[in-house]
Write a protein that binds this ligand. Structure first.
Ligand code: GLN
Length: 535
């Protein structure tokens, strides 16, 4: 049976619980254990699919088409854990199931309550993930901060699970903060004591404390935290700030966190180093040979998390090319006003990511035009492919009234239009074309050169598509249909002739990139940017 690690967070939000969970997964996998990782989100949305990126950051998409929390992206980037629609449990999803069962009469006249019905449903979902697969350890991250009303049912569920399974089968790790008070010149332990106090009030005693800190923890502080929080001295683990997120597993390893977890879960595995990770990922992150400048033109650029996977995939493309990618974030609306060349000057590559709605669209189109005319490597993703198509139709083919019907329903030349299957869709939640679909690449394309194979599978999240009516005429003008979903006859990748690297895809390659295995398109895009930069 799988063993469980429950990860909670205290004191403040944004402590990097997701990266901690992913890093623990990485450490355990390095010791030969297989993992599953789950994120529990205490909000009432069934999934984050309908949430604004400004509120929630990027919506991550899995192969099986779940719209999920972005922490799942960290899990997939750091580990080999199998992530799917069951990996993200929200309060909304749990209530939805319980209320559906109640309406069906499944509870046989009982009063349906948070305890036991909601908590039982949470436990069933958590256990379900490792039920049919050979998973050694399931890591469960509980979103939110201890003390929030919202997360109480999740905390009660993990309290019960620990009681049912016993201590060598379930482990509680609490991520906390030791703030440094400059005027006092001191690192404070009190918030951690209070946070652990809150956890113990609801019956959860942490086994390990992961203490986020800017400064080293002294021996005395360790003693104090251990004594007042009732944990072993060795279980007070320093989680110091590091420069790159990919260094976190190494810093945990240095603290002996993997040994500690193995000991507490009564698991025996040979010690292994993380040398491959260090030599490839970390070395190239810290001291790359080259440098390029890539402009990302989007409308959510002020928010760090809205294009999370894209930024990470660019970093991975950089690692693969031994190159530092300096990402310049450009607000697409600003390109509608000012001079485009001033804003995009010095770019070795331009990327337009996915998005919804018409705000900033004309700015994105101008960015594509600039990349196309100045022969700067261009990478368009989903909406980025739509704007690339619009630019081509307007400025290469000279068509009038060109638009996507997402922005202008009456467009005279609707070069991007609603997918047939979307025409009847009424509800916005989980109703896009979602998840993995196959695509066939044409042998002479940049894409084929990048993937080095002709059948690929990539993840989708869209309602609109390239309008096939324009395929023939655009081809004549120099557009290359490099990737096609042959079953549905959908354009998946467009490229341009007479351009060093112009690739725009309907799918989201960023979700399948890893630090030590950059996605082929991101790897070639950075290589093309490097080429553009010159020696
Ligand atoms: N808004 C576009 C569509 O629905 C693009 C979606 C995206 O970029 N993910 O097709």
């Amino acid at each position: 049976m799988a063993k469980f690690i429950f990860i909670t967070g205290g004191v403040v939000s944004s402590l990097g619980k997701g990266i901690a969970a992913a890093s623990i997964g990485k450490l355990l996998e390095a010791r030969g254990l297989s993992t599953a990782i789950i994120k529990c989100d205490p909000y009432l949305n069934v999934d984050p699919g309908t949430m604004n990126p400004f509120q929630h950051g990027e919506v991550y998409v899995t192969d099986d088409g779940a719209e999920a929390d972005l922490d799942l992206g960290h899990y997939e980037r750091f580990t080999e854990a199998h992530i799917n629609k069951d990996s993200n449990i929200t309060t909304g999803k749990i209530y939805y199931t319980v209320i559906t069962k109640e309406r069906r009469g499944d509870y046989l006249g009982k009063t349906v309550q948070i305890i036991p019905h909601i908590t039982d449903e949470i436990k069933r979902n958590i256990k379900n993930v490792s039920k049919d697969t050979a998973v050694d350890v399931t890591i469960v991250e509980i979103g939110g901060t201890v003390g929030d009303i919202e997360s109480l049912p999740f905390l009660e569920a993990i309290r019960q699970l620990r009681w049912e399974l016993g201590e060598s089968y379930a482990l509680n790790i609490h991520v906390t903060l030791l703030p440094y008070i400059k005027s006092a010149g001191e690192q404070k332990t009190k918030p951690t004591q209070h946070s652990v106090g809150r956890l113990r009030e609801i019956g959860i005693a942490p086994d390990i404390l992961l203490c986020r800190t800017e400064r080293r923890i002294t021996k005395e502080q360790r003693e104090k935290i251990a004594l007042f929080c009732n944990v072993d001295r060795e279980a007070v683990v320093e989680a110091a700030d590091v420069r790159h997120i990919y260094e976190v597993p190494l810093s945990f390893k240095k603290e002996g966190l993997d040994d500690l977890i193995l000991k507490k879960l009564n698991l025996k595995r040979e010690d292994k180093d993380l040398n491959d990770w260090t030599n490839f990922v970390i070395k190239r992150l810290k001291s790359p040979k080259n440098e390029v400048r890539i402009c990302v033109v989007g409308k959510y650029i002020v928010l760090q998390d809205a294009y999370k996977s894209i930024y990470e995939a660019l970093v991975h493309g950089g690692i693969a090319n031994d190159t530092r990618v300096n990402i310049i974030k450009i607000d697409s609306e600003a390109l509608e006003r000012g001079k485009v060349d001033e804003k995009l000057k010095g770019a070795n590559g331009i990327l337009v990511p996915g998005g919804f709605g018409d705000r900033g669209i004309e700015g994105k189109i101008r960015a594509v035009q600039y990349a196309r005319e100045n022969k700067i490597p261009f990478f368009g993703i989903c909406l980025g492919m739509h704007v690339a198509t619009i630019d081509f139709a307007r400025n290469v083919c000279g068509l009038k009234g060109v638009n996507s019907t997402e922005f202008d329903k009456q467009a005279g030349n609707p070069v991007i239009s609603l997918l047939e299957e979307q025409k009847e869709v009424k509800n916005l939640g989980a109703s896009m074309r979602l998840g993995a679909y196959p695509c066939k690449l044409s042998k002479s394309s940049h894409s084929f050169k990048s993937y080095k194979k002709d059948i690929i599978s990539e993840r989708h999240r869209h309602r609109y598509e390239f309008n096939n009516k324009y395929r023939k005429s655009f081809e004549k003008q120099g557009m290359v249909f490099a990737g096609i979903n042959t079953g549905q006859s959908l354009v998946e990748i467009i490229e341009l002739k007479n351009h060093p690297w112009f690739v725009a895809c309907q799918f989201h390659p960023e979700f399948k990139s890893k630090p030590d295995r950059a996605h082929p398109l991101f790897r070639s895009f950075v290589a093309a940017a490097l080429e553009h930069r010159g020696p």
